[in-house]
Design a binder for this molecule. Structure first.
Ligand code: ATP
Ligand code: MG
Length: 423
């Protein structure tokens, strides 16, 4: 008999199911199993006397194959299909689970987050946790789809870099044969080099930042949705970013209805607002929020989340002092750089880049970085470099904000932070 997924079973048919035992209730003459597979859960009832004799071999999370008849039913069990149940005719125990170290079924007891992360491979079996990662998967897929529709080329870039830091963060050093090397803080320089031939480039790239922060919005290893485009300025790519996020959110609303419901999240496709850095700070001052001369404060980001609900707020004409050396200056101390703020947090930084070697060298020196360390990068713009622009959008940031989850670790399968290096 061919295996059926729980989502597919129909009333009246005989089925062969494979899955895990999420819940097990053994009464004197019958037993109830909530069987889970990647598609859902269904209640299975065991009434047969012979089968009841071997019921003690079953434990929570054991892997079983179940044979049975699908019956119409009115099931009340949380997470399970409410329309059908299985009358079990036989089962095979495939892999017996030991006593669980954490509670997957948190009806009565809850487990601390740190312990949950210790056993993340089990934690992710919980329907609500699984829902988060199904949605994150949709986000990545939708991003790819959007970019392919845009005609962008997907590329992969090295994560081990030789020396030169872009600045703005600490790097992890490592031994690379006889040399010293570092883990990459972004693929910025590489995507710029490629954009000079491919014109539109995208990637999902892992970044490492050795910052000793312990916040609920930072990881030491994070993923970025990156994009870079030739013959474009910051306004072109802000528009593309807004459309990408709108596309992603539409896809999540379409594909993850059940998961959103399970998590109690009501999503709206965001609107878009553009503010200059100066306008942004004027609004903040009016609202008695502290401002800075080269960045938007955390309280400021939060305030924009309150003032502009379900809106991607682009702050452009950013002071050049607050942007990295590769952002194009605009004169008057301003730049072609921008940040995007959504639901009260920065999700993206981007801008038009410098494609002119002399300006790169000047801006490096202004930031106390040595142009010699960036020679191959700078030289790559000496052989026909078009003006170009792009951005990096935090995957986990976006996921946590879309889902209204306050700790970024909740949306990271195996988070790396200051304390955690396993599993
Ligand atoms: P922040 O100011 O929030 O610390 P950043 O300006 O240092 O971020 P960028 O270098 O601009 O970050 O990276 C682009 C995007 O990648 C950010 O807007 C954010 O969404 C995400 N991101 C950056 N650093 C982290 C991190 N440590 N953990 C999680 N996401 C991050
Ligand atoms: Mg930034």
């Amino acid at each position: 008999m061919e295996r059926k997924y729980i989502r597919e079973v129909k009333a009246g048919e005989s089925v062969f199911l494979q899955g895990w035992i999420y819940e097990l209730r053994i009464l004197s003459k019958m037993a109830f199993i909530l069987l889970r597979d990647s598609s859902g859960m269904i209640q299975c009832i065991i009434k047969d006397k012979e089968l009841m004799k071997k019921i003690s071999e079953l434990t929570l999370e054991s892997v079983v194959e179940i044979y049975g008849k699908v019956k119409k039913a009115n099931v009340k069990a949380e997470f399970a299909r409410d329309d059908l149940e299985i009358e079990v005719t036989d089962w095979t125990l495939i892999s017996k689970a030991d006593k669980l170290p954490i509670h997957l079924n948190e009806k009565t007891t809850t487990t601390s987050f740190s312990k949950r992360l210790d056993y993340r491979f089990l934690d992710v079996r919980k329907p609500k946790v699984y829902a988060i990662f199904k949605i994150e998967s949709t986000i990545m897929q939708a991003y790819r789809e959007f970019m392919i529709n845009e005609g962008a080329m997907e590329a992969v870039f090295p994560s081990i870099i030789s020396a030169s830091s872009e600045g703005g963060t600490e790097l992890y050093a490592l031994k690379y044969f006889e040399k010293k090397a570092f883990l990459s803080q972004s693929c910025q320089l590489y995507k710029q080099m490629l954009v000079c031939s491919a014109e539109k480039v995208f990637t999902i790239f892992t970044v490492w930042r050795a910052e000793k922060h312990n916040t609920s919005r930072h990881l030491n290893e994070a993923r970025q949705l990156d994009f870079e485009m030739a013959f474009a300025d910051e306004f072109t790519v802000m528009d593309i970013m807004a459309k990408a996020v709108q596309y992603i959110i539409k896809k999540v609303m379409e594909k993850n209805k059940e998961e959103l419901e399970l998590l109690g999240v009501k999503l709206k496709v965001p609107k878009v607002k553009y503010l200059t850095f100066e306008e942004a700070n004027k609004i903040l001052k009016k609202n008695n929020i502290k401002t800075e001369t080269k960045d938007i404060t955390l309280e400021g980001e939060k305030k924009f989340g309150e003032l502009f609900l379900d809106t991607i707020v682009f702050v452009h004409d950013w002071p050049i002092k607050g942007k990295p050396f590769y952002i194009m200056p605009k004169g008057d101390g301003l730049s072609h750089g921008f940040d995007a703020i959504y639901k009260g947090m920065e999700i993206t930084s981007g801008g038009q880049r410098v494609h002119i070697p002399e300006i790169l060298e000047k801006q490096l020196r202004e930031r106390d970085l040595d142009p010699k360390n960036f020679k191959s990068y700078i030289d790559s713009f000496r052989f026909g470099a078009p003006p170009h622009a792009g951005w990096g959008l935090g995957l986990e940031r976006l996921t946590m904000l879309i889902l209204g989850i306050s700790n970024i670790r909740e949306v990271t399968l195996f988070p790396r932070d200051r304390e955690r290096l396993t599993p």
